[in-house]
Design a protein around this ligand. Structure first.
Ligand SMILES: CC(C)(COP(=O)(O)OP(=O)(O)OC[C@H]1O[C@@H](n2cnc3c(N)ncnc32)[C@H](O)[C@@H]1OP(=O)(O)O)[C@@H](O)C(=O)NCCC(=O)NCCS
Length: 218
């Protein structure tokens, strides 16, 4: 008997059991085997390095704050980010530390994007909010301005999407602030379609901003 059943009359118990069983049936039908699928089953000590035609994506590490600080300190790069540009290197170091910790717990993957030719740091990209049960994750990307307009983000994200698909992810999402045309064009080139509008989703500079949600089924 399930907890609290003693306080219900027989008809209520029947209804409650029906709902409980129905929930279970629905859950096992949508997740064959009934176990959490082992998608992106990663060893935190051997996180994946991805290579594309021109790029090497290496797991972000402690120390990469030095590379990210000039990018996250640029108001144009951060114009459509959830937070304003960051003028304190300590804050970027804390962000990197939090991202490294999230990778250690299997919640996300953050990569430093470097050129294959000379290892120059171009920016970062990620798979975050990894939901193993629903086989979902969110993508993100950020390049220093001097790397814009050369197809690097497209190339990196094609690699990340292929990696996610092979790892068992079946749905990717992305969220952009209204007006972030470059990101929207990139997502459309990657095959994402617009799936909705989140009104007033972000509070930035004292104003509420709308966001677009994009999705891609793999
Ligand atoms: C979003 C962002 C990563 C897009 O960068 P991007 O360089 O415009 O994106 P792409 O890699 O798709 O490159 C496309 C451009 O490269 C050009 N290009 C040059 N060589 C190319 C190649 N080999 N393949 C593809 N495109 C190429 C395209 O013509 C296009 O140029 P255009 O912008 O002048 O039309 C970048 O603007 C950025 O970092 N923004 C700030 C952070 C941000 O907002 N992140 C997203 C939050 S949701």
């Amino acid at each position: 008997m399930f907890p609290g059943a003693g306080r219900l009359n027989p008809a209520e118990i029947k209804r409650a059991l029906y709902h409980r069983d129905r929930r279970k049936t629905i859950a096992s039908a949508s997740h064959p085997g009934g176990k959490t699928p082992m998608i992106l089953d990663l060893d935190p000590d051997r996180l994946p390095i991805l290579e594309t035609g021109r790029l090497r994506l290496e797991p972000l590490g402690i120390g990469d704050e030095v590379n990210l600080y000039p990018i996250m300190g640029d108001p144009e790069v951060m114009a459509f980010w959830d937070v304003a540009e960051i003028d304190d290197p300590e804050v970027v170091a804390r962000i990197v530390a939090a991202e490294v910790e999230a990778m250690g717990h299997g919640r996300a993957l953050y990569w430093a994007m470097r050129t294959l030719t000379d290892g120059a740091f171009l920016g970062s990209c990620d798979l975050s909010d990894i939901d193993r049960w629903r086989r979902r994750a969110e993508v993100g990307f950020m390049l220093g301005q001097e790397a814009w307009g050369q197809g690097y983000a497209l190339e990196a994200m094609q690699g990340v999407i292929a990696f996610a698909g092979v790892g068992g992810v079946r749905k990717l999402t992305a969220r952009t602030h209204l007006g972030n045309r470059r990101s929207e064009v990139l997502l459309q080139k990657l095959g994402f379609s617009e799936q909705g509008l989140l009104r007033g989703h972000i509070l930035k500079d004292g104003e509420r901003r709308d966001c677009r949600v994009f999705g891609l089924l793999l």
